[in-house]
Design a protein around this ligand. Structure first.
Ligand SMILES: CC(C)(COP(=O)(O)OP(=O)(O)OC[C@H]1O[C@@H](n2cnc3c(N)ncnc32)[C@H](O)[C@@H]1OP(=O)(O)O)[C@@H](O)C(=O)NCCC(=O)NCCS
Length: 165
């Protein structure tokens, strides 16, 4: 398995992976029926943005089984989102992507990584904690889901620059 920067040629495979994980229904911010074209446009645009990195995890056979996107805000915080194909979970793909994201964030000059995760997403909470992220708070009844429910989100952060110069 290799972690590498995504290219234009990865657009369909990454969209397929993203859609499959979204269709699991419980882990992602996006919900089934999301606008694939809009997502495609954002993916392609991000490839040309200096403040963005898209990473993919590729098997030796060339299959894309994980993806992570990172975008550095003007104030230096890199927001990240990620997913791993269901059958490939618990084999180190997520961890390798997070390590790649930390390297990429440093390269892009970010002083911190930040993300949000659903409180029921035990796997993601543990993955991030294992890589040094700490819980920084909880957004209560923050996100309206399509079924009308309001969901909390846990905010997690990993500070890369602990001291002021
Ligand atoms: C969260 C996710 C990215 C983890 O990817 P992964 O490839 O399975 O992660 P890894 O195999 O590298 O696991 C690293 C560590 O994370 C934790 N972890 C991962 N899956 C776990 C699970 N199901 N239960 C408990 N801990 C888990 C463990 O500490 C694990 O280390 P270990 O296997 O040595 O115990 C993956 O489960 C996923 O894509 N889920 C659906 C999408 C999603 O939740 N995205 C994140 C939204 S915020």
């Amino acid at each position: 398995m290799t972690i590498r920067a995504a290219t234009e040629e990865d657009v369909d495979a990454t969209l397929d992976l993203f859609e499959a994980v979204v269709n699991e229904g419980t882990w992602m911010g996006a919900e089934p029926g999301f606008d694939r074209n809009e997502r495609r446009g954002r993916f392609l645009a991000s490839l040309t943005e200096d403040r963005c990195t898209q990473l993919v995890a590729m098997t030796d056979g060339g299959e894309i089984v994980g993806m992570l996107n990172l975008e550095v805000a003007p104030y230096g915080v890199a927001g990240l989102g990620m997913c791993v194909a269901r059958v490939w979970r618990r084999r180190g793909v997520g961890g390798a992507l997070v390590e790649g994201a930390v390297d990429a964030a440093r390269r892009l000059g970010a002083h911190k990584l930040s993300l949000q995760v659903w409180p029921h997403n035990e796997a993601a909470l543990r993955l991030y904690a294992r890589h040094g992220f700490v819980e920084e708070g909880r957004l209560r009844r923050h996100y309206r889901r399509r079924n009308g429910e309001l969901w909390d989100a846990v905010m997690m952060g990993l500070v890369l620059e602990e001291e002021n110069a």
